[in-house]
Design a protein around this ligand. Sequence first.
Ligand code: BTN
Length: 320
Amino acid sequence: MAVKNELLALLEASRGKVISGQELAQRLGVSRAAVWKAATALRAQGVAVSAAPGSGYSLLPESDFLSQEAAETYFAPPKAPVRVLQEASSTNLLAKQWAIEGAPHGSVVVAERQTQGRGRLGRSFASPPGGLYLSVVLRPQRAVGNPVLITAAAAVAVCRAVQALCGIELSIKWVNDLFLKGKKCCGILTEAGTGFENGSIEYIVVGIGINYRTRPEEFAPEIRQIATALYPGGAAQLPRLQLAAAIYENLLGAFERLESKEFLPEYRARSLALGREVTVLAQPPYTATALAIDDEARLVVKKQSGETAVLSAGEISIRL
Ligand code: BTN
């Protein structure tokens, strides 16, 4: 590993602590001048490294550089390969390709920005730097039941991690849009690959896009009114990779316990739709009242005609 990367790994593992140039030089087996050179190179790359003369080196609290070294600190011990990229077309596309090549259960791709971020229903997902974009490969050991259950479990996994680490309470708009103060701050896209011969699901890719520090002006004008971020334009409260690792842990746990459906009460409690009038964006759209989320995470609505419909896919809009 290059000195620069070794230095980054050491500083990430000792976040909040100042380490003297001499100690770093000893631990890395290089000269103090080489440590200084490596720190300068890291800074040039965008890593916020401080070097107080006479005291030592540390990562500044706002340092939030997505690096392989930081991932190894937070995704520890690694259960499966983690890939960190500065730019991806779409982490879901990469994860699907990786799954086809045999990536094991739990493999994860994280990117600083996406050039072709994908949303649900064929839409694009704006993915400027400062967001958190990750995709996880899941390999089901048995039949997974209704796919909407996985998406719902993923939504709860993200809410739990955000609440635990950021202290922010998110709401869920069925199926998988996460909202903060009436605006969307996270979208989830779940895709699957099936075996040609028996049609069984070989892999699932859960892609999560969180507007983390995204500034309002980074959103396209048409979504500025309806989108927000956890910390709009602000300094990172915690490294995104730390949040990514917590989401990942929650997601894998929820997937293992999928059959128990333990996440459903929380999914319902966080629901923005329940008890409200919603517009079901079908062809043609219609107005209905959201009555319940059933045990398959489907939305049960009552149409104005009095007729009941059970939705397992699609989209609703809610006037918030
Ligand atoms: C939606 O709101 O329509 C779903 C958006 C999902 C976006 C995430 S970002 C990480 C992953 N990669 C993608 O291309 N899409 C998902």
